[in-house]
Structures are given as structure tokens and as C-alpha cells.
Design a protein around this ligand. Structure first.
Ligand code: HAM
Length: 422
């Protein structure tokens, strides 16, 4: 056993017993995204390291200490994407999609961050990432939030709360930043190590500290809201009015600053009390400066990403959980000719019953063994074919749940008979 290869810490296998919940979430999300006109894109998992430095920011936790960065054989510094926004914006620029056009895009896949793994926090995790490029107004911010609220409704998740804030423009934030640095410098001895480090590079992140000993100091810090530029103030008021009109409850959290540097104006986060410390299930915001920062035409943009592990965990906690995938039909076949015929019969049934799962007993076995497998599979109906049945042109049909007995059915009528039983 000692030479067994272990999985990489913080990177998970998703097993068949869990995949139903994943697929359910993905199906609901895909349908909701289509309903709002979002189109899927697929972007690489690996990008130039520079892309993430320039977008997420040099002084963020992600870039400073969480990226999977490596040199490839050609000597280029590449990074496994820690998030998807930078890649989608890079894709829009590389493919000339901006040019004043508007795009509603989404993508899905694994992200990589070398964080300390714990429940709900992994080193490889999946996001559904949604980005609206070319839309300046608060209406799209509100529509994005409505989309997420719809997702929770359709997934029947109730233990989620929405927090919103406005970070203003980069210029307004620079003024606020100065005030904040002054405030924290005057209390420097009370700062913990992390906050002291952030003071030089990214002082806003101090507001995000989870350290209870920092709470009082943070409570007393100046509020960004008081430094917002008038346009950002208006944008935020319009977003709030739109959410009110939509009947979406929210809490304004002036300390919601997010861990990535590209945000401006609206930021939001859906949090839950049902998952312990890792409480953010979906977060995002507006990033009007990013396209220009990455060398593209200045384009207003906004978006969000949800952590699939966390959403799946919430769905799995529901009392009547996600629908389990069970096969509909199990074909039991014994005898050389019957086994050969059963292969073709299974194909015919799959043709006739699209979307249904038809399992054929593989690898032989006597009737008893085969029935045991049929039972374990959870199938609703067994089709039994022996050489004797074959000679009579029939198969036996046996519902595996309920008390109905076994009946013979002409092979030609089998698809219709089974359809009537499902
Ligand atoms: P983020 O807040 O870094 O934002 O991540 C978005 C979501 O991904 C989080 O709310 C959480 O559900 C999930 N997540 C993050 N880290 C982990 C982890 N280590 N393990 C499990 N789940 C995790 C972004 O990534 C932005 N790109 C979102 C965005 C899109 N903003 C605008 N557009």
C-alpha cells in the first residue's frame, strides 16, 4: 500500500454518488444563464502569469501567495488560473470582441489557489463565472443579481443573504485609501501581522480581516461610502432602487471590499450561515477599468462567480436533496443466443426511449446473480430474455418495484410496453 499515489492536497475527486447534485446545479445554472442571454465561452486554464498580476493585483493574497505558477519548457512564466474574469477579458481583447460591442458571457471550470484547505475551501475548485462586457449602467448590475436570486430560488436554497457595497471609482478610492492609511498608521501597534503587511500594499483589505482582535479598530475606520464620487453614489442608489423594485432583499455592508483589485463601484456577495467559515457562495462586482488595464479598449464590465462546491454542498443539505439518477431498464439475458440478441435489444430500447438509461447485464452470470445486479442498479423494470423466450419471440417484463408480476411481451411491442410502465 505504501507505494499508492495520494491525491494532491486540497484537490478533490467528484464521485458518481455526488455527481447528481453537481449536474443538477449545472443544469439549472445553464438554463438560467440562457434565459438572460448569456453565451458560453471556453478559455484556457493556463495563462501568462502577467495577466493575473496586472488584473487581480500584485498586493493581493491571490497573487502574493496563492498562485500555481511555473516555468514551462520554453522558459515562459505561466499560471493555473486562480479565477476566470481575467481570462475572459483577455479572450475578449485577443479576439477583438470589444470594439464598442456588448457581450454576455459565461464559463465554467476549475480554478486553482494554493490556500489552506478546509471545508468549503480547496486548492482546485470549480466556478461558474458570468461576465457582462460593455454595459455601463446599474441596470445590468441589478439584472445579474436577479439572475443569482433566480438560481437560489430554482435550487430551493433559502439560507443565503445578499450583501452589497460600492467601491467608487479608482480615483475616489485613492483619496479614501490615504485616509485609511493615516488612520491605521496612527494605530499601528494594534495591527496584526497580516494587516501590517497590507498597510503598505493593499490597506482596504485590512477591512476584510477575520481576526476578532482587529474588529474594534476596523469599526472605527473611516468609511469608503463617505468618500464616494457623486456618479458612483448615483449608480449605487439606482442599483438599490432596482433591487427594491425587484423585491430582492439586501444588506449594505460598507466593509465589503473583495480580495481582487480590479473592482470599481458595485460589489456584492451572497453569503450563507449553513457552511461554516467559508460563507461566500457567490461574489462579484463591476470592473470598469480592467479592459484598459489589460491593453483593450476601455469597456465597462461587471460579473460574478459562484463556487460550485459550496452551492453543491447547500443543495445536498436539502431534506429531499437533488434528484438521484437511476436507470430505468435492466436487461437480464441467459443463453448464448439470448445474450447475443439482448445486445441488439438494448440498442433498440435506447433508440425508442431517448433520455432513459437502459442497462444490459454484462459479463454473464446465472439468473439469480443477474437479478441481484438488476435490483442493486435501482432500475424500475427488468426485461428477461432466455433462449426459450427468444424461440417464442417474446421477452418477460417485470416491474422491480411494487407488486406487479412478470408478464410476457412480444419483442416487437417491448418499447411501447416499457414506455407505458415508466
Ligand atoms: P472570488 O470571490 O475570488 O471572486 O471567488 C468567487 C467565488 O468562488 C467565491 O464566492 C466562492 O464561492 C468561490 N471560491 C473562491 N475561492 C475558493 C476556494 N479556495 N475553494 C472553494 N471555493 C472558492 C472571483 O473569483 C471573481 N473572478 C468573481 C467575479 C467575476 N467578479 C467579477 N466577475
Amino acid at each position: 500500500m505504501s507505494n499508492q499515489i495520494q491525491p494532491v492536497r486540497g484537490m478533490n475527486d467528484v464521485l458518481p454518488a455526488e455527481i447528481g447534485a453537481w449536474q443538477h446545479v449545472e443544469r439549472v445554472a445553464r438554463a438560467a444563464l440562457a434565459a438572460y442571454g448569456y453565451e458560453e465561452v471556453r478559455v484556457p486554464i493556463v495563462e501568462h502569469t502577467e495577466l493575473f498580476k496586472r488584473s487581480i493585483g500584485e498586493f493581493t493574497d491571490i497573487v502574493e501567495k496563492e498562485m500555481y505558477t511555473f516555468q514551462d519548457i520554453g522558459g515562459e512564466s505561466l499560471t493555473l488560473r486562480p479565477e476566470a474574469t481575467a481570462g475572459i477579458v483577455r479572450c475578449a481583447i485577443s479576439n477583438g470582441l470589444l470594439r464598442g460591442a456588448r457581450h454576455k458571457l459565461w464559463c465554467q471550470g476549475p480554478m486553482f489557489r494554493h490556500e489552506r484547505p478546509q471545508k468549503g475551501r480547496y486548492r482546485q475548485f470549480y466556478q461558474i463565472d458570468v461576465e457582462a462586457l460593455g454595459f455601463p449602467g446599474p441596470d445590468i448590475d441589478a439584472e445579474l443579481i436577479a439572475l443569482t436570486a433566480r438560481l437560489w430560488r430554482e435550487l430551493r436554497l433559502t439560507r443565503v443573504r445578499l450583501m452589497i457595497n460600492s467601491l467608487g471609482t479608482a480615483q475616489a478610492r485613492a483619496g479614501y485609501r490615504e485616509q485609511l492609511v493615516q488612520y491605521f498608521r496612527s494605530h499601528e501597534s494594534a495591527l496584526d501581522e497580516d494587516s501590517r503587511r497590507r498597510l503598505g500594499g493593499n490597506p482596504l483589505r485590512i477591512l476584510d480581516s477575520k481576526n476578532p482582535q482587529m474588529r474594534a479598530l476596523i469599526e472605527g475606520a473611516p468609511l469608503l461610502h463617505d468618500y464616494l464620487d457623486p456618479e458612483s453614489r448615483e449608480h449605487f442608489a439606482a442599483l438599490r432602487a432596482a433591487l427594491d423594485a425587484l423585491g430582492i432583499a439586501y444588506e449594505v455592508n460598507p466593509r465589503l471590499v473583495r480580495g481582487l483589485d480590479y473592482y470599481s463601484r458595485t460589489v456584492f456577495e451572497w453569503v450563507t450561515d449553513a457552511l461554516g467559515a467559508q460563507d461566500a457562495v457567490c461574489s462579484g462586482g463591476r470592473y470598469d477599468g480592467l479592459t484598459a488595464q489589460l491593453g483593450g479598449e476601455p469597456t465597462p464590465a461587471t460579473g460574478f462567480a459562484m463556487g460550485l462546491e459550496r452551492v453543491v454542498a447547500l443543495v445536498s443539505q436539502l431534506p429531499d436533496g437533488p434528484p438521484a439518477a437511476v436507470p430505468e431498464v435492466y436487461i437480464v439475458a441467459s443463453g448464448e443466443r439470448a445474450q447475443l440478441r439482448a445486445l441488439g435489444l438494448a440498442e433498440q430500447l435506447r433508440d425508442a426511449l431517448p433520455g432513459r438509461t437502459v442497462l444490459l447485464n454484462l459479463g454473464g452470470g446465472n439468473f439469480k446473480t443477474q437479478f441481484r445486479r438488476a435490483d442493486r442498479s435501482g432500475a424500475r423494470v427488468a426485461v428477461i430474455l432466455g433462449d426459450a423466450e427468444l424461440d417464442r419471440g417474446v421477452a418477460a417484463v417485470k416491474p422491480l418495484r411494487g407488486d406487479d408480476g412478470q408478464t410476457d411481451c412480444p419483442l416487437s411491442e417491448l418499447p411501447a410496453r416499457i414506455a407505458s410502465l415508466l
